[in-house]
Design a protein around this ligand. Sequence first.
Ligand SMILES: Nc1nc2c(c(=O)[nH]1)N[C@H]1C(S)=C(S)[C@@H](COP(=O)(O)OP(=O)(O)OC[C@H]3O[C@@H](n4cnc5c(N)ncnc54)[C@H](O)[C@@H]3O)O[C@H]1N2
Ligand code: MOO
Length: 635
Amino acid sequence: MGNRNLYLSNTPVEEALSTYIDALKGKIAASSETIPTIEALNRVTKSAVYAKYCSPLYNAAAMDGVMVISSHTNGASEGKPLDLVPGRDYKIIDTGDPISPPYDAVIMAEDLIELGDGKLRIIASAAPWDHVRPIGEDIVAGEMILPSNHLIRPIDIGVLLSAGILNLEVIKKPRVAIFPTGTEIIEPTEKPKEGDIIESNSRMFENMVNVKGGIAFRFPPVEDNYDKIKEKVAAASREYDLVIVNAGSSAGTEDFTVHVLRELGIVIIHGVAIKPGKPVILAIVNDKPVIGLPGYPVSAYIGFENFVSPVLSMYLDQKMIAKETGIEAIMAKRIVSSLKHKEYVHVKVGSVGEKIIAAPLARGAGAAMSLVRADGFCVIEQNSEGLEAGEKVRVELYRSLEEIRNTLVIIGSHDLMIDVIADMMPNRYKNMYISSTHVGSMGGLMALKRGEAHMAPIHLLDENTGAYNVTYIRQMFSNQVAIIRGVGRVQGFIVKKGNPLDIHKIEDLKKNRYVNRQRGAGTRILFDFMLKKAKLDSAEINGYANEMTTHMAVAALVQSESADVGLGIQSAAKAMGLDFVPVGLEEYDFAIPKEYLELECVKAFISILKSEEFKEKLTELGGYTGDHLGEIINL
Ligand SMILES: Nc1nc2c(c(=O)[nH]1)N[C@H]1C(S)=C(S)[C@@H](COP(=O)(O)OP(=O)(O)OC[C@H]3O[C@@H](n4cnc5c(N)ncnc54)[C@H](O)[C@@H]3O)O[C@H]1N2
Ligand code: MOO
């Protein structure tokens, strides 16, 4: 197998990190630089900062009015008013003006009675230093304003400048070089062809580095060429504080990273017991940390968080304190995990009744959208075989608990209209959100049954009566669940533009490649019903076993020529620039336990369904009727 790296180690994460940190000790230390105060936001002080000036710098009027000699005002009262002569007894001043001897107090403008000719009458005496801010009231020259290791905020910059500090010593930002590698990698501006992968990881790293307090230097992709990678890494390790080499970390014939790093320096660890992220490389070249991160985006992200972040913290003199953002939730679905590694599972989180539910998202290392959609993640430790549905799990949150509590949890069949409502929700109702998980209609009803969703979008045909939804809900829930009426939805064949294969009726599918929906999906039930009516056997349909979980996935397959036809909704065909042959109208409604009808987020949902704006959006999407939107059927 030539140069493949077939023997990755499986070092536990904590051990890998501490071995690496130990190897870097003495090589990495926080250093400092002096920068202008006005550019110091989010930097960290290296040493304590002491005030150069007092603030205020002089005795200053705290109010608009007149400055007086307090002893001259003694005895003034309502019964015995006192008149003040300009020049002799008082001088007009504004807030912030200096108070100069012999004056020592301020009387506010509203406490003065004007007598004309500049004469002023007062009916109360002024005590020394009344309404005067004495020198150094806020800051005294020589006093400490900020301690060392302090993260500089906007108010700190204001105070530093008031105290005469124009420059200050801060911890130097580590300079991080980022090299994407791979001959298949193209820049996002290029047009991709088959086999090309659009470069995205380095842009993610670049921003992660900057957010964490480093300075990222991102380089263009380097092709899979041993000498080129070697040349770049060798030069970068001399010039930068940390080097990230992305991809080429595992066992492919063109995975050169580890060989290059072995030649240039020492590889401390190759292979960590973590998933995703296993083929991480922790190396030292020219006394600098060089970290090889896997190419898959989720692996890359998790590798960065676990290994690059701690090294950045060493440079920034920050303690690696885990933030306490965890909550206890109930796992919605069984997860099996290997004893070989610690696994990161991204989840959507919702609060239903008393429960906080965590629903696992796609677990693939390439599933970048799982990171985008995630409300948080949970860790399945190396010594665990996984979690059962209903088991308690700790979730580290990316969103606030408040947002999660204001989230309407929708689990069931997917339709583009849910995305439209999810987008309208926080616009119309501040701080209300929708989380939708797509598991098909039956899956949605099962989630309601387990108390893990507020509502389930369904379109389930009763093959005996031809009616939608009611039968299933009655059977499963007797009278505890109501229906919020949704849309009439045109189902039809999604075909290539211009319908070149001339597909019109179900019999036409026999000659063509079909793409099916998963068992339990309403569209699948409709398709099986159509087959039965036409007296066709599923074995006669080429592609019957090819199951996709969304309308869009079906349309995407037809568009990419991997299939000729699929059953689905018009909006999906339209979104993919495909043609559509209508075969029937189905009812797509929302099943909801009656107790949830009173929830604020449900009321908001219903009012959006009933809004004109939503109806207009449905017309734009095409393929819907909306005569009963938002009506409630109490079964
Ligand atoms: N036989 C084995 N195969 C693989 C193993 C293994 O142990 N034995 N490990 C798997 C695991 S786990 C992972 S993770 C990946 C790691 O892959 P590499 O780090 O070697 O990266 P590539 O194979 O070059 O790329 C993987 C994937 O990621 C895409 N990629 C790469 N760079 C970028 C970028 N800058 N932006 C966006 N996407 C990128 C690349 O095109 C590939 O699709 O290996 C498994 N294989
Ligand atoms: O690191 Mo890979 O992503 O473990 O699957």
